[in-house]
Design a protein around this ligand. Structure first.
Ligand code: DGY
Length: 316
């Protein structure tokens, strides 16, 4: 008997092939109801971060043995329910660290140097000659970069900041050792202080019950006047409405978003702002990274359905 696997959205043909060699593979399921309908007979599920894998979905999968999420974050999955039924949950750590750190820097630079606005200006035929004050931005050298969440991605962002000659501050629930802080050249600060002194703030915590709305309205109003705010982690970590208010009144220089509350729906007020750069959750979107993530998710399914341990479990 061949095990049955549901892959919610298309991946790469070589990964489909790999899974088809071993399992009966069904591809395509959008939204909770459809996933619930298709998961009934399945032994493995390869899910995307846009798929809500809650208790109902998990309970509908009577034969389910593994949920392999095609992402490092797994806030879309009710891990507790999965664990209570002995269903493994896996993610794709490490592989996307560099791609996401690179994209964070793309956003920092795009906002600080007003790249999108300037590009639009040229395309619209507005460039009439070199100007002393044309698209003045913010110089990065000597500025303070405040990193919230100094895990793998936060550290990769910090390493890149050295090339720009920035001062590095960080906030993390569990402070790093003195040795690690020295090696990375980072200084610990409590969250409120970090928000109030950093020129650029970048969020890199996973979304968990503790980090949901971590940067609430009150904290958004602590952010330094004229700062830049970048979020490539998860929309629900930040009070987006409060941030929009500050961006609208231009008490912040600008912001870069790769993630949103309730994505893919975007707050229409955000779309109207000039001082923001908006991306469609593409932090890990390089061919190399996405392929490696897909292979790892497939390997996790192969491993568990072959009677072995998962390679990158979120619980053991
Ligand atoms: C993740 O993996 O959690 C990113 O948000 C998307 O690749």
């Amino acid at each position: 008997m061949r095990y049955k696997v549901l892959l919610t959205h298309e991946l790469f043909s070589e990964v489909h092939k790999k899974l088809r060699e071993k399992f009966e593979l069904e591809i395509g399921a959008e939204g909770k109801e459809e996933i619930m309908g298709k998961i009934r007979e399945k032994d493995g599920l390869l899910s995307f971060l846009r798929d809500p894998i809650d208790k109902d979905v998990i309970n509908a999968g009577k034969n389910l043995k593994i949920i392999a999420n095609y992402a490092v974050g797994y806030d879309n999955i009710d891990v507790k329910s999965a664990k209570s039924r002995g269903i493994y949950v896996t993610n794709t750590p490490e592989l996307l660290t560099d791609a996401t750190a690179d994209l964070t820097w793309a956003l920092i630079l795009a906002v600080a140097r007003r790249i999108i606005e300037a590009d639009k200006f040229v395309r619209e035929g507005e460039f009439k000659g070199w100007g002393a004050k044309l698209f003045l931005g913010i110089e990065l050298k000597g500025k303070k970069l405040g990193i919230i969440g100094l895990g793998r991605i936060g550290k990769a962002v910090a390493k890149r900041a050295k090339g720009f000659g920035m001062e590095l501050l960080y906030y993390k629930r569990n402070r790093l050792s003195h040795k690690e802080e020295t090696e990375l050249g980072v200084r610990f600060m409590d969250l409120e202080e970090l928000l109030s002194v950093s020129d650029i703030i970048s969020v890199h915590t996973p979304l968990t019950p503790e980090t949901g709305n971590l940067i609430n309205r009150e904290r958004v109003y602590k952010i330094k006047e004229g700062a830049i705010f970048i979020n490539t982690a998860r929309g629900n970590i930040v009070d987006e409405d409060a941030l929009i208010e500050r961006l609208k009144e231009e008490s912040l220089f600008g912001a870069g978003f790769d993630v949103y509350r309730g994505e893919p729906n975007i707050n229409p007020k955000l779309l109207k702002l000039k001082n923001v750069v908006l991306l469609p959750h593409i932090g890990s979107a390089t061919t190399e990274t996405r392929l490696a993530m897909a292979k790892l998710a497939a390997d996790n399914i192969i491993s568990v359905l072959s009677g072995r341990k998962p390679l990158t479990p979120v619980w053991r």
